[in-house]
Write a protein that binds this ligand. Structure first.
Ligand SMILES: Nc1nc2c(ncn2[C@@H]2O[C@H](COP(=O)(O)OP(=O)(O)OP(=O)(O)O)[C@@H](O)[C@H]2O)c(=O)[nH]1
Length: 384
């Protein structure tokens, strides 16, 4: 994008970055910086030349604004504070600004005209980002600063400082600050609770997603999820011109296991089979419980060798080699499988029908084997 909009966007990215939370923090920093800059100019061009404060106090206040200008924004923008508990440096910025305001109030009548309102504004800023405890300490810190300053002004008999009037003003301000702090704390607590609720909701959603995609007994993907993956693999194969296979597996004589050893043992066998299958399959293969004692494996990129056949033979060997249950060490489980390679133009339903027919053949031929489904005959053009 070019032109004024593009330039503005690039400038915005340069100043604020692209990460939304960092942008929020930096926006607040820049807002504070504009106040620091405004104050710096006001002190340099108006307050000091007119002698409204002593040169020493003027220099202190200007140095104070300058340090804030060159410290907070660059620190936050550099990303250095990213992992700190207060990444936007909200608390240090509030403390720093309050220090100048209190000094300004103590030493200059003009400071008195603006300091207290600005302090209240700062607490309102804190509303938006402080944590509950930080909000309370900010309020307490401000009130202590103001009361300390009041005592100091009275004891040192500051010029143009009318003790009774100022005590009334400061005590009223402290009362307002306490109320604002209380509100700020409540607001921060609500934000904290909302954030915890959001996290719990995200975790629950993730759990629901896992439950929706998985079979509760074996922990494998369920039929619905594999259907989605099959469709995606078909699209990928269509676009890329490569091959994939499916293997429909059915445990042999599973009813006998249930009848002889009980349903719980049947469940245990299903879980053990799922674990063995996951252990021997490639990471890119996906196995799902298709229903009952049936499983379906999606084997992508099965060329140029017979990768589906290799995977199934590996699974057969591992089932033969290891007992499936410690309680029944002699029990062995075999399976029959129908393997079908996707043919161009074929739907997933047609592919699964061919795998099912091949599985039926494997059962008919005596079980404990895998049968490869023949490729579908090319569709003949309709006779004229
Ligand atoms: N324990 C258990 N059994 C199940 C589950 N789902 C289905 N079954 C049982 O699996 C058995 C499947 O039996 P059949 O379809 O007759 O097949 P088979 O005994 O495996 O025989 P072939 O497939 O012909 O080798 C039935 O008895 C179902 O009750 C399950 O989640 N747990």
């Amino acid at each position: 994008m070019s032109g004024p909009i593009g330039i503005t966007r690039r400038l915005g990215e340069l100043l604020l970055g692209t990460e939304p939370r960092l942008r929020g923090r930096l926006t607040m920093c820049l807002l504070a910086n504009s106040l620091y800059l405004g104050w710096l100019l006001f002190i340099a061009l108006f307050i000091v030349p007119r002698g409204l404060v002593s040169p020493g106090v003027g220099q202190f206040l200007m140095a104070h604004q300058l340090i804030a200008l060159i410290t907070f924004y660059p620190l936050v923008r550099s990303g250095l504070t990213h992992h700190w508990s207060d990444p936007g440096l909200v608390l240090p910025q509030i403390a720093w600004a309050c220090l100048a305001l209190v000094v300004g109030y103590a030493v200059s009548p003009i400071g008195r005209a603006v300091s207290l309102q600005t302090m209240s504004l700062i607490v309102v800023f804190g509303f938006l980002s402080l944590r509950p405890r930080a909000a309370v300490w900010t309020g307490i810190g401000m009130i202590c600063m103001l009361l300390g300053m009041l005592v100091w002004c009275i004891l040192s008999r500051q010029e143009n400082f009318e003790p009774r009037l100022q005590t009334l003003i400061i005590v009223t301000t402290c009362f307002i600050l306490a109320l604002l702090t209380w509100q700020s704390h409540g607001f921060a607590m609500r934000r904290k609770r909302m954030s915890a609720d959001r996290k719990a909701l995200a975790a629950a959603l993730q759990e629901v997603e896992v439950l929706m995609q998985h079979d509760t007994l074996t922990g494998l993907y369920n039929r619905q999820h594999l259907q989605t993956r099959l469709e995606a693999e078909r699209e990928r194969a269509r676009a890329g011109g490569h091959r994939f296979c499916v293997a429909l597996i059915d445990l042999d004589h599973f009813k006998l296991i249930n009848d002889r050893h009980g349903h719980a043992m049947g469940d245990h066998v299903l879980v053990a089979f799922a674990r063995q299958a996951q252990a021997v399959l490639r990471e890119t293969d996906t196995i799902a419980r298709w229903g009952g004692e049936e499983f379906l494996i999606l084997l992508p990129d099965t060329e140029p060798v017979d990768k589906a056949g290799i995977a199934l033979r590996r699974l057969q060997a591992s089932l033969r080699g290891a007992p499936i249950s410690d309680a029944e060490p002699n029990m062995r489980v075999t399976f029959s499988a129908g393997v079908a390679e996707w043919a161009k133009g074929e739907s997933i339903e047609q592919l699964l029908d061919r795998a099912d027919a091949a599985l039926y053949d494997a059962k008919r031929q005596g079980r404990d084997r895998a049968v490869q489904a023949p490729l579908p005959l090319p569709a003949h053009p309709a006779p004229p």
